[in-house]
Design a protein around this ligand. Structure first.
Ligand SMILES: [Mn+2]
Length: 399
């Protein structure tokens, strides 16, 4: 039986709205070391995005180095396999990979090539004792996979060919029918990307690109934990990277009896030292109501706060300052105000005909906006101000 922990997307060194997250990230890594000590797995697989940026600060690197040594010492017989994600620098991660072998850490930063520039799939295979075979593929854009020797194929074919060649080679050395685990950092089509910025373009690959012959694919890149089929899994972020990652945060513990057996999965929840709260979590409300929610936050929770506010009316000029001040009184960290304008569909405005519009006075049009969109009447003062502005504009026009 092969037993391992699957984790990914640590994003160490993330700067979160100007706040340093090293305290929570250190706490997560301490929890991981405890899980390793208790579970004594054969391997720990880290499927990319170790760091948040390609050039992490020395503090972030030091956090990583100390944690990896602690994790190694928590179970010295365990193999650790780390692949680079899109956030990592392949070269940087690989620069000290020989040194890491002394702590049983295998680091793969980029796709290995032989002297002729062809893919060197053998360097991506790691045998974990007599327990399992891991085929580890760090992040690379589909177009930058090198061709296989003797395959003069089109760019589009190189990535799927690489994966299949890797799994074929794993099978060729698999004399003891050991479980085969594939590690990769990529986005598979039709994954649930809830929690990711919808405006960010992600490059997707079909699940078939991963090839055939693996018993478990330990994927990273998508932050929401999910099962794509009975052999293919994202473990998700252990610590949420954005407010929209409202899901379980955990690491997966996986057991596979033999090659071509089904994996068994268990998750170990990670407790977040500083929770991320959107106030309110559901529908946006008026700014003042959101402030009241913030005021009623439990003291000493050290949460990051995002206010979820209706912004049709505009917000007070000092909205951010007021929220930040209130948050610090609650020992919370104010991050941002998420502004929502009521969807045009919910406004229930009635289209005005051209005839109606031509008959209506400017004040009547303005008043309609107040009643139908802002759901209140114009005050006498607002009407007076509107008329004054209108008069000034007309005066200016006639000059
Ligand atoms: Mn990531």
């Amino acid at each position: 039986m092969f037993r391992f922990i699957h984790t990914s997307d640590w994003h160490l060194g993330q700067n979160f709205y100007g706040y340093d997250r090293s305290e929570e990230q250190r706490d997560f890594l301490r929890q991981l070391a405890d899980i390793v000590r208790e579970q004594e797995p054969d391997a720990l697989l880290v499927s990319g995005d170790i760091f948040h940026t390609a050039a992490p600060s020395s503090a972030a690197v030091s956090l990583y180095v100390n944690a990896m040594i602690d994790i190694h010492e928590a179970c010295p017989g365990m193999s650790i396999i780390v692949i680079a994600g899109n956030h990592d620098s392949a070269a940087r991660l690989e620069s000290d990979s020989r040194l890491w072998k002394y702590a049983r850490v295998n680091v793969l930063g980029g796709i290995a090539r032989d002297a002729d520039g062809h893919a060197d799939v053998g360097r991506h295979l790691i045998k974990v004792g007599d327990k399992g075979i891991v085929a580890a593929v760090p992040f690379a854009y589909p177009a930058s996979f090198p061709p296989l020797k003797g395959h003069d194929t089109h760019r589009d074919q190189r990535m799927p060919e690489f994966f299949q060649a890797l799994l074929d080679q794993a099978q060729a050395i698999n004399h003891d029918n050991l479980p085969v685990v594939l590690m990769a950092h990529l986005a598979v089509s039709h994954s649930d990307i809830t929690g990711h910025d919808p405006n960010l373009m992600m490059e997707y690959v079909e699940i078939g690109t991963l090839g055939e012959g693996y018993d478990y694919a330990a994927l990273g890149h998508i932050h929401r934990p999910q099962r794509l089929d009975e052999h293919t899994f994202y473990c998700g972020t252990p610590v949420p990277v954005s407010f929209d990652e409202q899901c379980e945060h955990a690491v997966s513990i996986v057991e596979i009896d033999a090659h071509e057996a089904l994996p068994r999965l268990e998750t170990k929840a990670i407790k977040n030292l500083k929770p991320l709260h959107t106030l309110p979590a559901s529908e946006p409300i008026e700014f003042d109501q959101a402030l009241t929610l913030l005021e009623n936050q439990p003291q000493g929770e050290n949460a990051y706060i995002r206010l979820n506010v209706l912004a049709d009316m505009g917000l007070p000029l000092d909205a951010n300052e007021r929220a930040a001040q209130l948050a610090s009184q609650q020992s919370c960290y104010f991050c941002e105000i998420k502004k929502t304008r009521l969807d045009t569909a919910t406004r229930q405005t009635r289209q005005m005909t051209v005839e109606e519009l031509s008959k209506a006075s400017p004040l009547e049009v303005a008043n309609r906006h107040y009643t139908e969109v802002l759901h209140r009447e114009m005050t006498a003062e607002e009407k007076e101000m509107f008329n004054e502005v209108y008069r000034l504009v007309m005066e200016d026009k006639s000059k």
